[in-house]
Design a protein around this ligand. Structure first.
Ligand code: HEM
Ligand SMILES: *[C@@H]1O[C@H](CO)[C@@H](O)[C@H](O)[C@H]1NC(C)=O
Ligand SMILES: *[C@@H]1O[C@H](CO)[C@@H](O)[C@H](O)[C@H]1NC(C)=O
Ligand SMILES: *[C@@H]1O[C@H](CO)[C@@H](O)[C@H](O)[C@H]1NC(C)=O
Ligand SMILES: *[C@@H]1O[C@H](CO)[C@@H](O)[C@H](O)[C@H]1NC(C)=O
Ligand SMILES: *[C@@H]1O[C@H](CO)[C@@H](O)[C@H](O)[C@H]1NC(C)=O
Length: 331
């Protein structure tokens, strides 16, 4: 029984087992150094890049794997992933960062480094740069041959979903409740547009203008901030009102005090399945960082493509060969 199983494993190694940390050592020895330089420059000039790049990477991975499918631009034949409603708020700075890194790397080692690996390393380095944990990212992902807006729905959670629904969406990717709570700690940095939480602060119910699970002063501040949000649609609030730019465990402390921004965030502080982890991470940042780092490693190998299942794109926003996006769906 054991021998045929081993043989099978040897014949069909898991895609993720083909990844390794030294993947570019010979073919692009400057890879990590160049990434470090581009990332530092970009983050210093646009401090919101870190949050954007982390969210970009997460969204890319959840929809058909970490394969840079989210970077492809729409053309006459194909509405690409990034133009799905759920991805429209992804910030330009995050896309710009990947393009800058790719441009620098194509000059040094043309055709070698995949956009998917750039995204994985960018997310990791930026989390570390703003105070979060460092974790190992194995390399060798190939870029997708497909990118479709219609593939997104059902894979990206919204704040108005029930926790049941969100838990099952994460479970479908092999992420358990504890990992879901830890990954949501990503909301310790970055912003959300008022439209993502407006239902919590205006006309919430017959008896209350705002969601009573919110701290009243916090709700009042958000009501003022967002007063004009239907016309001025760019208005956004910090996800973590206390330490907005720092990757720390303040998100969980906020939830305990009714300072969660999104309904889905705040729900985690009261649901008996998630509350124990919220309380643990509020008390112990090391425990949060450990689970977050491990869960990010899991996310970053989700459904990756290796070998002929993908390609190394010349440009991150276009497939190497012109195609409709439909022709290779069975690849
Ligand atoms: C649990 C389910 C989740 C829901 C419902 C959710 C929803 C959202 C929403 C609505 C926004 C605001 C987008 C905007 O208005 O521009 C946001 C921002 C963000 N999300 Fe999530 N998210 C979830 C989990 C995650 C996870 C697992 C990560 C990463 C590991 C993540 C990373 C981020 C980051 C970094 C931002 C800030 C983006 C920026 O400032 O540009 N989120 N999320
Ligand atoms: C590959 O490069 C990294 C970073 O420069 C280095 O730490 C590692 O030891 C190298 N691995 C091999 C097998 O040369
Ligand atoms: C939930 O949010 C999504 C994305 O913001 C939106 O498209 C959808 O209409 C909302 N659903 C409900 C029931 O409010
Ligand atoms: C709240 O409800 C009142 C009365 O129904 C309405 O006039 C007002 O426009 C609503 N405000 C928002 C922000 O939806
Ligand atoms: C609301 O936003 C619109 C569009 O950006 C702007 O023209 C208007 O001056 C804003 N009103 C207030 C009170 O800020
Ligand atoms: C915090 O969590 C870490 C990692 O799980 C653990 O090693 C440590 O003992 C915890 N610290 C406290 C004070 O409980």
């Amino acid at each position: 029984m054991a021998l045929p199983f081993l043989l099978l494993l040897l014949l069909f190694p898991l895609a993720e087992s083909k990844l390794n940390v030294d993947y570019y050592n010979k073919t692009c020895p400057q890879f990590l150094e160049t990434m470090g330089r581009v990332i530092t420059d970009k983050q210093l000039s646009s401090p919101t890049t870190a949050a954007g790049a982390l969210r970009l990477f997460f969204h890319d991975c959840m929809v058909g794997g970490c394969d840079a499918s989210l970077l492809i631009t729409t053309n006459a034949f194909n509405k690409a992933e990034r133009d799905a409603d759920l991805d429209l708020s992804l910030p330009g700075d995050a896309f710009d960062l990947v393009i800058r890194a790719k441009t620098a790397l194509e000059l040094q080692c043309p055709g070698i480094v995949s956009c998917a690996d750039i995204m994985a390393v960018a997310a990791r380095d930026l989390v570390t740069m703003v105070g979060g944990p460092h974790y190992t990212v194995r390399l060798g992902r190939k870029d997708s041959l497909v990118s479709r807006a219609s593939d997104v729905e059902g894979h990206i959670a919204s704040p108005n979903m029930t926790l049941d629904k969100i838990i099952s969406m994460f479970a479908a990717k092999g992420l358990n409740v504890q990992e879901m709570v830890a990954l949501s700690g990503a909301h310790t940095i970055g912003f959300s547009h008022c439209s993502e939480f407006s239902n919590r602060i205006y006309n919430f119910s017959k008896t209350s203008q705002y969601d009573p699970s919110m701290n009243p002063k916090y709700a009042e501040g958000l009501r003022k901030l967002c007063a004009n949000y239907t016309k001025d649609t760019g208005v956004s609030a910090f996800n973590d009102v206390m330490t907005p730019g720092k990757f720390d465990n303040m998100y969980y402390l906020n939830l305990q005090r009714g300072l969660g921004l999104l309904a889905s965030d705040q729900a985690m502080a009261s649901d008996p399945r998630t509350k124990p982890f919220v309380d643990l991470y509020a008390e112990n940042q090391t425990a949060f960082f450990d689970t977050f780092a491990h869960a990010m490693q899991k996310v970053s190998i989700y459904m990756i493509k290796t070998g002929k299942k993908g390609e190394v794109r010349h440009r991150c926003d276009a497939f190497n060969s012109i195609q409709t996006g439909e022709t290779k769906t069975t690849a």
